[in-house]
Ligand binder design. Structure first.
Ligand SMILES: NC(=O)c1ccc[n+]([C@@H]2O[C@H](COP(=O)([O-])OP(=O)(O)OC[C@H]3O[C@@H](n4cnc5c(N)ncnc54)[C@H](OP(=O)(O)O)[C@@H]3O)[C@@H](O)[C@H]2O)c1
Length: 249
């Protein structure tokens, strides 16, 4: 039986990479899927590859008025949310001593502040049996040099997920995180690194990962489908690493 039959799912940042793969998986699994993204161009491109049943909404995950509008759209169109996959995120890496306030705010607004307020604003639409997932990162568990603000955002998100799991368990809402390791998605092309440096970074990551490769977006999407579905009905407060073993390397 389809694992998300009859469920309403919202995936933020579902226009490329992990979110896009999850949108495909969740739709195949029987969910009515809503996808948000901030970029009209990537929203249009996602429109072309996703089923016409998937509903796309332009909303910036780092802007609170957009999150109000997003939740209000879900309320009007679907009346509830059964699976909230808070996945939108950005990466930008600087050593701590070089990180200024703009760097902090850019990352924190999308990776931590937006997820906190989206979860809070969506709560009235989450009922008994709902599943909330946050995309954290293996970085939040490790201490990779030159990733201070990104790592802080993801470690904070993992903490938030555990708190919400405790606070919302009495309502029958499960809250978990998925922590990807290096996954081949467009996020790396947005780092602004010269091609040579990017290639060097990718090679060094492959060598560090015990399974000696990057993951693919669908490997994360399958884990998200598991945690979103009733197959994970007794799992809450968990952070599932989909990282080829990097967290323990
Ligand atoms: N790939 C990895 O190695 C890796 C590792 C650990 C954690 N992660 C996490 O996984 C999540 C997904 O990343 P990905 O690798 O799939 O990267 P991606 O392909 O860049 O996907 C990120 C998605 O989020 C969207 N997005 C970014 N900023 C947004 C905003 N302000 N409002 C709404 N949507 C926004 C992007 O859309 P546009 O950019 O088109 O606007 C895109 O749809 C992120 O939270 C990332 O931190 C990734």
């Amino acid at each position: 039986m389809a694992k998300l039959n009859g469920k309403i799912a919202l995936i933020t940042g579902g226009t490329t990479g992990i979110g896009l793969a999850a949108a495909k998986r969740f739709h195949e699994a029987g969910a009515r899927v809503f996808v948000s993204g901030r970029n009209p161009k990537t929203l249009d491109e996602a429109r072309k590859v996703l089923s016409k049943d998937v509903e796309l909404i332009l909303a910036d995950s780092g802007k609170l008025p957009d999150l109000d509008r997003l939740v209000s759209e879900l309320k009007t169109r679907a009346g509830r949310i059964d699976v909230l996959f808070v996945n939108a995120g950005i990466a930008n890496f600087l050593p701590a001593e070089a990180a200024d306030e703009a760097h902090w705010d850019d990352i924190m607004n999308v990776n931590l502040k937006g997820p906190f307020f989206l979860a809070q604003k969506a709560l009235p639409l989450l009922g008994k049996g709902a599943s909330v997932l946050f995309t954290t990162s293996v970085a939040g568990q490790r201490g990779f040099a030159s990733t201070a603000v990104y790592t802080t955002s993801k470690a904070g998100l993992a903490g938030l997920a555990r708190v919400l799991a405790a606070e919302w368990a009495p309502r029958g809402i499960r809250v978990n995180s998925i922590a990807p390791g290096p996954i081949a998605t467009p996020i790396y092309s947005k780092l602004g690194l010269p091609a040579k440096d990017l290639a060097g970074f990718e090679l060094s990551m492959q060598q560090r990962v015990p399974l000696h490769r990057f993951g693919v977006d669908d490997e994360v999407a399958k884990a998200a489908l598991f945690l979103a579905s009733d197959d994970a009905s007794f799992i809450t407060g968990e952070e599932l690493f989909v990282d080829g073993g990097l967290a323990i390397a």
